[in-house]
Ligand binder design. Structure first.
Ligand SMILES: [Zn+2]
Length: 416
């Protein structure tokens, strides 16, 4: 399987090279069909490549073509180089021939010949409740641990290798989660201290590494730094660091999956405050002529932001509840009073406390922001002045009618 990985990476990188700028200057970059022809030639010329599996190599080209087409829609940009030990993996297309069906269940026929269209299916068998095996070309049956109750019905699967672990993923697009139909709207405020604050007052935290695990990472990093260059001990220590860091990423992913499923199942509409994580996590380094300030601190904050998995949570919720996720472009959500609509910097007393300077409404700062997001309200520094209702707001109108306060009074309104 490592050899498959090597072949796939080699073919992929050749394709990247063909589409890179310096190559393009000489010749037009070949498309998928042309690349397949070239691959056949290359397999004849190279003994190493020719000994590998043709399907695996061709699938690498197909993946590349797909990645290139999705350059502007995937959010990841165009395909880039694959690195040894980092981007190891290959795709296998199923070998079983099965008749394809239309969406209504009738057999799919070729429009020209009228013959039944045959699709591909992965050969996979369940061994027991926890284990199954799949046929990998050139390797025979490969056992894998099941993470779902049912066997997947997929046309292809992808095998990846990282941090000494093999993973298998079947290409299946799951059905979206049904909306509960209660009409409930939830607002979500994402933060560093509390990962996710919901507008119903719940606070959910993304699991991080424990203090002990973090100490272990530091220990192994220290040992690796002290080990002689190129020694086996150094590699082993770095492998331990990588394993612990992978654990953190696994936990984050798991949490995002569970939370997004919960959101998709319990609420009809999920509103996230619009964040530009890429801008938020930009480096503070600056230029050589104008070096930035507090570069290390910003790097630390960036790490904290990225460790929260904000982007992944939003993305997975959208996958599970398509059309039921909204982004609220909301400046000042954290400064706006969710009771009266007054926006004032001084209202945010501390990281956790929100006390409105206008109406005295007290709330947890994150929850307050989440309620604003749920209402779709960000607003601007000056609240809207509605005509007619000039005067002061009373306690009753504050709690029952959640409207922007018409006129700001000079002295804070305390109600005794
Ligand atoms: Zn207020």
């Amino acid at each position: 399987m490592l050899l498959h990985c090597g072949h796939a990476r080699y073919v992929w990188n050749l394709a990247v090279e063909q589409h890179s700028h310096w190559y393009k200057g000489r010749k037009a970059a070949p498309g998928f069909a042309e690349q397949c022809r070239q691959l056949t030639e290359a397999r004849r010329d190279s003994e190493w490549l020719g000994a590998g599996n043709a399907d695996v190599q061709q699938q690498a080209l197909k993946d590349f073509a797909k990645a290139r087409n999705a350059k502007f829609t995937s959010g990841f940009g165009g395909p880039t180089w694959r690195k040894k030990y980092v981007h190891e993996g290959f795709r296998v297309i199923g070998t079983d021939r099965v008749p394809e069906c239309n969406e209504d269940g009738s057999p799919k026929l070729n429009t020209k010949t009228g013959k039944q269209v045959m699709g591909r299916s992965v050969v996979v068998q369940k061994l027991n409740r926890r284990w199954a095996h799949v046929k990998v070309p050139g390797c025979g049956w490969v056992r894998f641990r099941l993470t779902r109750a049912e066997l997947p019905e997929a046309k292809s699967f992808r095998v990846t290798y990282r941090n000494n672990q093999w993973h298998i993923a079947f290409a299946v697009i799951p059905e979206p989660v049904d909306a509960p139909g209660t009409g409930e709207v939830i607002g979500i405020d994402r933060g560093v201290k509390i990962t996710v604050a919901l507008s119903d007052g719940r606070k959910l935290n993304c699991p991080q590494l424990t203090v002990k695990e973090r100490a272990q990472i530091r220990k192994h990093q220290r040992r690796a730094a002290r080990a002689p260059k190129g020694s086996e001990a150094k590699t082993a220590e770095y492998a331990k660091v990588a394993k612990l860091k992978a654990r953190e990423a696994d936990r984050r992913k798991d949490w995002c999956e569970k939370t997004s499923t919960m959101l998709a199942r319990t609420y009809d509409l999920v509103r996230f405050e619009k964040l530009n994580i890429k801008n938020m996590t930009g480096s503070a380094k600056g230029t050589l002529a104008e070096p930035g300030k507090k570069v290390r601190q910003k790097a630390g904050l960036n790490r904290a932001i990225l460790a929260q998995g904000w982007g992944l949570l939003r993305q997975r919720t959208e996958h599970k509840a398509p059309g039921r996720v909204e982004d609220i472009p909301a400046p000042f959500t954290s400064l706006r009073c969710s009771a009266c609509g007054w926006i004032e910097k001084k209202s945010r007393k501390s990281q956790a406390d929100f006390v409105c300077v206008s109406c005295g409404f007290t709330c947890n700062a994150d929850e307050n922001a989440a309620v604003n997001v749920a209402a779709g309200q960000g607003g601007f520094p000056r609240p809207r002045r509605s005509a007619g209702a000039g005067g002061m707001t009373t306690a009753t109108s504050r709690s029952s009618v959640r409207e922007p306060q018409p006129i700001r009074v000079g002295i804070p309104l305390f109600l005794f």
